[in-house]
Design a protein around this ligand. Sequence first.
Ligand code: UGA
Length: 449
Amino acid sequence: MAERESIAVFGAGYVGLVTAVGFAELGSEVFLVEIEPRKREALEGGRVPIYEPGLQELYDEVRGRIHLLSAASQLPDSVRLAFVAVGTPPAPSGDADLSAVYAVVDDLVTHTPRGAERAVVMKSTVPCGTGKGILRRFAELGSDLAYVSCPEFLREGNAVEDFFAPDRVVVGEVGDWAGEAVVDLYRPLLEQGVPLVRTDVASAEMIKLAANAFLATKISFINEIANVCEATGADVLEVARGMGLDHRIGTAFLRAGIGYGGSCFTKDVSALKLLASNSGYHFQLLTAVIEVNELQKRRVVQKLERHLGSLAGTRIALLGLAFKPHTDDMRGAASVVLAGRLLGEGAEVTAYDPVAMERARQLLPGLEYRSDPYQALAGADAVVLVTEWPELVALDWRAAAHQMAGRLVIDGRNVLDPKTIAEAGLDYEGIGRPAVASRQPSGAGKEGS
Ligand code: UGA
């Protein structure tokens, strides 16, 4: 195997860690620069500080090629490609906060020898125009650093798989050596048939924001269809299936539920909307996408009230807290809004999540956490399935019914079988699906039509 280029990755979050471990697996020496001592210590001790399927195992395998550093000053001069994968959270204004990105850029400017061939490769999601701004900064400071935009499309919970089999690799470049070097780094994936989009920096930046905004739009669209289905008696699962088979629409991201969460959609849709406003364009569609999503998280409370009346003094169990399964990430999770509203209405809220409870405790101190789902259901008047963890989907609903004081099951992700729930003696309500009332367990063993 030809020797692979050594690289630097700044930031050991979801994107940075997966990028570092992924390129190490493809054969690069990787200098992983992380400013938080606790994260460095965990990694130095062999422990990946986030939950992401397959990542720990891959880290164990490639650890010998990952070198932990705390600053750009420690980078060997020979490292040409410096991937930036630090956070770009929303600032109080709603615009993306680029302070962590600029801290890395400045660190690299200061510690890159004059005349050295080195490029900043932007993996963090940044507003369009950021690359141009950074290139201007290089020019002002007399830095020879090059710049490439290389947006990341991996999904949490699927990140390792997505690194090795992305739908595409996007490289936004100005036409110098650096774009070519990034393409070379991805060569093993490109040789497997992964499409490459080589383009200018501004377009690469926009591809990332537009892709996330479109996916969020699909979700808000199907959620609105679900709400109309509830009024008309249609079943949104059937509707989504029938719509999605039109290849121009596609079946993906048409799962109705209690709204999208996570840091990315929430942040990127707002960022794109603001970016448009800042340049004088009112992106009306995205305003609706955001509003529909916020309302969707709250509709569950109305459903509960319809069945239980006032929620004051009721006991509601939340199953799943993370914004999606296979992650411990709580950012933007529907559970946060829902739990807040339920506590606000005076309900007692019990909760269970297979991996996110530690993080949830910090955000939602008012909940009663239980170490298994059945304990969370004990004495509950209603249960809301918030996150479709496989172990929660596969719950024994007869056993669950024995634990509960009430009968209502709200399936916030449309993943449960209404018939199974009804046969367990519980009432089923999904999102955009006909409700199914419980059948008395006396009919056990008899199949309904
Ligand atoms: C998303 C994108 O899918 C990635 O391509 C992108 O790289 C990433 O954001 C990012 O910008 O970093 P992620 O946030 O990890 O990835 O998770 P998704 O699988 O996209 O799910 C986001 C949310 O949408 C979840 O809360 C999920 O439950 C919800 N969702 C998804 C639905 O409600 N319905 C669907 O049909 C699909």
